[in-house]
Ligand binder design. Structure first.
Ligand code: SF4
Ligand code: SF4
Ligand code: SF4
Length: 742
């Protein structure tokens, strides 16, 4: 690539990062990672790596300043950092997709919460993520490392979270930060650390060289630092002089968890150039910032956020609207509050949808508060204010509604916004375009009639089960497995089983970056993290598109809901975000929508991406035409059944079931679901994922296949704290070449 093209692409990448929601973005060349252990380096993860892109989102100042009160466990508004992580995940995923479409191998990394707790082979690092974003941010010229070990930005201090994307594209590096020192050794981080982490169990001083600059900071014991922040142990305990995994597990067994915390090293730190003391307002230093846009201008931008998220209602009100009888006192939640912004969504009957709809509200609330914060005002969400009482004050219903409230010091004009009702019924092509414009790669429709016909054909060939016995863990996330046998429904549904009168299904597909599977387990990092990340994030992004599509249909007078598994037959896959719907979910729905055909391994295959996409299904009473069924080549006829050979539990059986629908032949893979779940759902086969996390787990599938045997097996494994973050990469997916064949 010429220097000019390289610069143009760099500018485009930076523009995209900002468009996707980043506040800052920097470009790190590979040579600035030369001190990193190979397994935690860009090229250890992606051997063709040339560049790391680092994007950051600023923490809401008020959330940091007012959270963690009266104790660090009381995170309060600081919980906005969970939303920030999700938004960073989306930026990482979308930048990964953007560069892949330009022809570059690109590996997006998760913002947080994917790591190996203990040393792995020759990598003698505890709590090792795939890549250390803090160090990558320094390499990308965004700032420095402070005495706390946190990343410090010249504008935001430690109040920024960052994420990295590794790519084979050669981009123009950002210069290293060369302004005044960002850490003045004020030692507020040391003074306030509730576990005394910077003085106790310190193994010496780290000397970290990045891009010609050296940063010194204490080599703390991560197990001690994680006492509350990770393991949720009570900070009131007398913390032992030596903390390790066994100590954490012993205290968890003896006392149980108390809750996470807002890190005091973050809360009490601010770079000297931006540090302001205001002890009337909060115990933490405040951040110096200037007022930029006027409230009237910002209120227009807030309306645009409301519209972008397709929420049902927004009210902007004033703190003085509330009288003592209202039982809401906004000043208690934000000392300098002027206005409140209440955002609401009607609850949906669909269970999958309801859990995902909180994401829409939290994102919208964060975006509103973030806009105000970046313009110099105090603003936050996640306070203890009772949103239902705020809603009642403004005459809004609370039954079957979900609300969040943002508070701000900006005096915004009062007003009410509602989702606009459309006068026109959308045409099928308009729906298709809407889904594509909102990010879907694949869109297909099928009707109730086709679904019923398929079910008849399928039931003639296969006896479908009604339920299956599964084993659930009822213990705390870090403690030993406490197995409880439960029944899980396994029932194929028609659209009208989702709600009376449903007529059609819209199936959406979203491709996840190839590099997440191409690199899994086999590059020097031997990581399963990037695949786990793109799985949960693809499902999250699909839920965003599905929610907007449902809202668009509702405004036109239709009913709609969405589901991760329309078929009702799929199982789950273990992941660092809990059990996710496995990749067989929506296999038949995507086939009926003309997007895919079932593979030998039972997963949907598409001509565009093979196994490398996730699907979501929207059920609606809007009548839509059947899309033509897939009639192209079948990759399984050309590949020699690599999936069956690779499966560690021999769960892929021979002789797939052939069936004919509308004169098209399909071949449905036969799966031994007990053996498959053994590896994919319960992580009992090392090769599927556990061994790459450093776990000594490899339990053969037993001859006696009962839930009791399964329960014994999961209880007998010594998971340690890694049980909190288990990930697998199904071998049958990793080796499947369908995307290269069809
Ligand atoms: S609190 Fe002070 S010493 Fe600690 S990292 Fe921040 S600026 Fe440095
Ligand atoms: S590995 Fe081969 S046989 Fe198995 S699903 Fe993929 S293409 Fe088909
Ligand atoms: S490789 Fe894993 S997911 Fe695939 S069939 Fe075997 S156990 Fe199941």
């Amino acid at each position: 690539m010429s220097t000019q093209n390289n610069q143009e692409l760099t500018n485009e990448v930076k523009r995209k990062a900002i468009e996707y929601g980043a506040d800052v973005v920097g470009i790190a060349p590979l040579e600035r990672f030369k001190g990193a252990p190979l397994r935690m380096s860009p090229q250890g993860l992606l051997p063709s790596a040339q560049t790391v892109i680092v994007a950051g989102i600023h923490h809401l100042d008020a959330a940091v300043e007012l959270g963690g009160e009266p104790t660090p466990h009381d995170t309060g508004p600081y919980s906005t950092q969970g939303t920030q992580n999700c938004k960073l995940d989306d930026i990482s995923f979308r930048l990964g997709r953007f560069l892949e479409e330009k022809g570059f191998q690109t590996l997006p990394i998760a913002a947080s919460n994917i790591w190996r707790y203990k040393a792995y082979k020759d990598l003698k690092v505890d709590f090792a993520p795939d890549l250390v974003h803090r160090y990558a941010a320094v390499a990308a010229g965004l700032g420095e490392i402070g005495w706390s070990g946190l990343f410090l930005h010249p504008e935001f201090g430690p109040r920024i979270r960052v994420v990295s994307v590794i790519t084979s594209a050669l981009l123009t590096p950002s210069p290293m930060y060369d302004g005044p020192a960002l850490c003045d050794r004020c030692m507020e981080c040391v003074k306030h650390c509730p576990t005394d982490c910077f003085r106790k169990e310190v193994r010496g001083i780290n000397e970290l060289e990045i891009g010609g600059k050296t940063f010194k900071f204490p080599a703390t014991n991560k197990w001690r630092c994680s006492w509350a922040e990770n393991f949720q142990l009570n900070l009131q305990h007398k913390i032992p002089d030596k903390v390790d995994e066994n100590v954490a597990l012993e205290y968890l067994e003896k006392y149980g968890p108390r809750g996470g915390e807002e890190g005091s090293c973050l809360k009490f730190c601010m770079v000297p150039q931006k540090r302001v003391k205001d002890s009337e307002y909060c115990r933490a230093p405040r951040r110096k910032k200037a007022l930029l846009k006027k409230p009237a201008e910002l209120s227009q931008e807030i309306k645009a956020i409301f519209k972008r998220y397709f929420l049902d209602v927004m009210v902007i009100g004033q703190k003085d609207d509330f009288k003592p009888a209202d039982h809401v006192n906004p000043v208690l939640h934000l000392p300098d509050v002027s206005s409140l912004i209440l955002l609401g969504i009607k609850k949906s009957a669909g269970a999958d949808e309801e859990s995902k709809n909180w994401r829409q509200l939290n994102y919208a609330g964060f975006d509103v508060a973030h806009l105000l914060d970046m313009n110099g005002y105090s603003a936050t969400t996640y306070t203890k204010i009772t949103s239902n009482l705020v809603a009642r004050k403004y005459g809004l219903p609370t039954r079957d509604m979900m609300y969040v409230t943002a508070l701000t010091s900006a005096k915004l004009p009062s007003g009410v916004e509602k989702l606009k009702i459309s006068k026109r019924s959308p045409e099928p092509d308009a729906i298709r375009n809407f889904c594509r414009d909102n990010g879907a790669d694949l869109v297909g429709f099928f009707s109730e009639a086709r679904c019923r016909q398929f079910r008849k054909v399928l039931e003639n060939k296969i006896k479908l089960p009604e339920s299956r016995e599964v084993v659930a863990d009822t213990n705390f996330t870090y403690c030993d497995f406490n197995a409880e046998i439960r029944n899980e429904a396994v029932k194929m549904k028609n659209p009208s089983d989702w709600f009376p009168g449903a007529k059609s299904v819209i199936v959406l597909g979203l491709h996840f970056p190839h590099a997440s599977l191409d690199t899994a387990k086999i590059t020097p990092s031997e990581s399963v993290g990037p695949f786990a990340f793109v799985q949960y994030d693809a499902l999250n992004l699909l839920s965003d598109i599905a929610f907007r599509t449902c809202q668009m249909l509702r405004t036109a007078g239709y009913k709609a809901t969405f589901t991760n598994d329309f078929d009702g037959l799929a199982s789950k896959m273990i992941s660092c975000r809990g059990l996710l719907p496995d990749l067989r979910s929506n296999c038949f729905a995507s086939m009926l929508a003309g997007l895919s055909y079932p593979g030998y391994h039972g997963h949907p295959l598409t001509p565009q991406y093979g196994v490398r996409q996730r699907f979501i299904a929207i059920v609606t009473d809007c009548s839509l035409p059947d899309d033509p069924l897939y009639s192209g080549p079948n990759a399984c006829l050309q590949c020699g059944q690599l999936c069956a050979k690779a499966c560690p539990t021999r769960a892929i059986l021979d002789k797939p079931v052939g069936l004919n629908l509308e004169k098209k032949e399909f071949s449905i893979g036969r799966i031994d679901s007990f053996a498959c779940d053994w590896a994919k759902r319960y992580c009992l086969s090392g090769k599927e994922g556990g061994q790459y996390l450093g776990l000594n787990v490899d339990v053969p599938v037993p001859k006696t296949r009962t839930a009791e045997v399964l329960a014994d097996a999961v209880e007998n494994v010594k998971w340690g704290v890694q049980k909190h973050l288990l990930d697998v990469v199904p071998e049958c997916l990793r080796v499947c070449p369908a995307h290269k064949i069809t």
